[in-house]
Design a protein around this ligand. Structure first.
Ligand code: SF4
Ligand code: FES
Length: 259
């Protein structure tokens, strides 16, 4: 396959950036998208040009570092697929591909296709933990968890923190990510002691980072490579409202409910 790539090149945060066109020749349909970029980069290096900078780590759809926008869609054209798991057979010979970084004020571009997703780290730092008494590991069966809650918690925990939801949202909202992180702890018994404080702090951190509001477009769910559903945003809203009201009523001393 031969492809024309229009790739966003930006030297640093201050640079205005621009698209630069490259020809990708003899691309195997079996290559992953990142392997295709590796081959393009080898050519650039041989020519003495700067390689295209992009984030990646696991290349197995697990770590969440590899996001980029391909032809206007975060992670490219295949549903439930990270960029590293996207293969060139998803494209046709002669296609033109426009490749850009995530576009969101809270994710500043560091270089080319790499953005700073530190804002996500700070949301998790604000409340993505539980407190446990020290001692030996408890028996896994000592704390019963309803099957429905266990399944939902696992679904929420599938979030890899890639940021595609933010990139897809017209408001650059981080509600789907934050909802997944709040829910996977809030659905389990171990997450109850800090349940109220967690949701209040994580939503507060999200707002401080400058992410936009959710106005129910649903683009986040459509772009999410891990199938995180809008139901978690509804759960986050319920949790937040309950925590805000309860905290106002009891000075923040009470514990959240479980369900
Ligand atoms: S909710 Fe989905 S799209 Fe958003 S960060 Fe998590 S895995 Fe990525
Ligand atoms: S490189 Fe880890 S999810 Fe793509």
């Amino acid at each position: 396959m031969n492809l024309t790539l229009h790739v966003w090149r930006q030297r640093n945060r201050e640079d205005r950036g621009r698209f630069v066109t490259y020809e990708a020749r003899d691309v195997s349909p079996h290559m992953s998208f990142l392997e295709m970029l590796d081959v393009v980069n080898e050519g650039l290096i041989l020519r003495g040009d700067d390689p295209i900078a992009f984030d990646h780590d696991c290349r197995e759809g697990i770590c969440g570092t590899c996001g980029m926008v391909v032809n206007g869609r975060p992670h490219g054209p295949r549903r439930l697929t990270t960029t590293c798991q996207l293969h060139m057979r998803s494209f046709k010979d002669g296609d033109a591909l426009w490749i850009e970084p995530w576009r969101a004020g809270a994710f500043p571009v560091l270089r080319d296709l790499i953005v700073d997703r530190g804002a996500f780290e700070r949301i998790v730092q604000a409340g993505g933990f539980i407190s446990v008494s020290t001692g030996s590991a408890p028996d896994g069966n000592a704390i019963p968890v309803r099957k429905e809650n266990a399944d939902l918690a696992m679904d929420a925990a599938a979030c890899i923190g890639c940021g595609a939801c933010v990139a897809a949202c017209p408001n650059a909202s981080a509600m789907l990510f934050t909802a997944a992180k709040v829910s996977h702890l809030g659905l389990l018994p171990q997450g109850q002691p800090e349940r109220r404080e967690r949701v209040l702090r994580m939503v507060g951190a999200m707002d401080e980072e400058g992410f936009g509001s959710c106005t129910n477009h649903g683009e986040c769910e459509a772009a999410c490579p891990k199938g995180i559903g809008l139901q978690f945003i509804a759960r986050l809203n319920r949790d937040y409202l309950g925590a805000a009201l309860a905290t106002r009523g009891d000075g923040g001393a009470g514990k959240g409910g479980f369900g």
